[in-house]
Design a protein around this ligand. Sequence first.
Ligand code: CP
Ligand code: NVA
Length: 305
Amino acid sequence: MRHLLTVADLTSAEIERIFAITEDLKTKFQQGLREPLLPGRVMALLFEKQSLRTRVSFEAAMIHLGGSSLFLGSEVGFGRRESLADFGRVLSEYVDVVVVRANRHQTVVDLAKHASCSIVNGLTDFSHPCQALADLYTLREMFGTLKGRTLAWVGDANNVARSLALACGKVGMKFRMATPAKYQFGQEARQWIREQVPELDIAVTTDPVAVVRDADVVYTDVWVSMGQEAERQIRRLDFGPYQVNSALMSHAPKSALFMHCLPAHRGEEVTDEVIDGPQSIVLRQASNRLHVQKGILVWLLGAKS
Ligand code: CP
Ligand code: NVA
């Protein structure tokens, strides 16, 4: 029984395996086939924060695979009625996998410690592994191979950035990051990333133009993540020069792609002309969440260990 809490939980070979399952299921889906590989399996979704993509793509994925999904609302009293350990132990008796979106990463770590079913991180303040997997799967479709490609991150050193850095390391992509000095990964985060993916080629700067110059992909995310709303004003000021707009994209190769995990705050981290422009692949990214969730579910629930 395996969990997926961060990308570091997966080896490069396991990522490739998830991508292979995804590719097979996506091809069949496009031919009108929905293979019921997980009949009778049950997935619970436990969300402390809002979600469109993660919630709906996981639910639809499980339904396409012949299983069922249960969205657990506030009446289950998660974090309020009983200890997290009791909650995790009991829920595991009913379901095969729980997708959790939590305010604090420690919540998914603690749940995984006590659960006897698989726990999947559907986003925490620390990491968003399912997003990073879908993103690299999308790039694999676009480029054929990932090794040696360069992803330029422009923006906050947040959950998505951390997950992409790990994922890039696992598949041999270079990770370039332009972030205001006070928002860059701290010493502890840098050390953790180095330990998880010593092979990662990473460079961090404060200069967005410098990172997009050699980019195969320019990626950004919101300046104010869920839970950081109190910092909204100061973040909007600090990240102003980091907007991905046509002027910044003019420094990138013409072939560079634009990505965003969504939801976007248009007019803040990205302009309409970039996100709706010809280099943008944000819809394909979002669409692939469905297919990669299937790859993750089939890999996890079929995995023997
Ligand atoms: N990208 C992403 O995880 O979107 P949601 O917050 O809508 O799930
Ligand atoms: N960094 C964003 C990602 C949303 C999918 C957040 O945590 O709100």
